[in-house]
Design a protein. Sequence first.
Length: 187
Amino acid sequence: MLAIKTDGIMGRWNVIEYSASQIRQSLESHRFLQEALSPTAILVPMPRSAPLRGQHSLWPALRICEALLAEGMGQSIRRVLVRDTAVRKAATAGPGERPNPTDHHDSILVRPALDAGGIQDLTVVDDVITRGSSFIGVTPRLQAAFPYATLRYFALLRPSDEDPFETTIDPVSGQITYQQDRLDRVP
């Protein structure tokens, strides 16, 4: 996880680029990946927990989008989501202190797109999905800005409360539900 968040190297491989190449190799056997990373999908990087400080700030979700695109997945990258105000980092938040979907919704803006009406296929890309708060939080904003688009979501890593990962690549399609301030992610 640290190597993904820092765009790091393990052994002789850049972890994000290696993961993108492995995902490309997994496309044939996973229909949900074919849909999320289709040739018509516009990849939208999820903002970090705080506004970017400069043009060269590390943005893991953008790096993942670039690596996916370099492997032939997706049509283009659009930086339409902008973190306006910082939220607490989920990774360092204590129990009950993680940002909820409302926190993400209130702190992220959608940058207008000139051709918003013509965009049909958006895939929001993040580095890590824990509970899915950020995805749930940005959904109403994206639906308002891109009313005719199909929205999909992709995260490179999903931590598990169970045993450590047995494989590097283990693609799954899941569902996030949010009802009465309760988030559930399966798997």
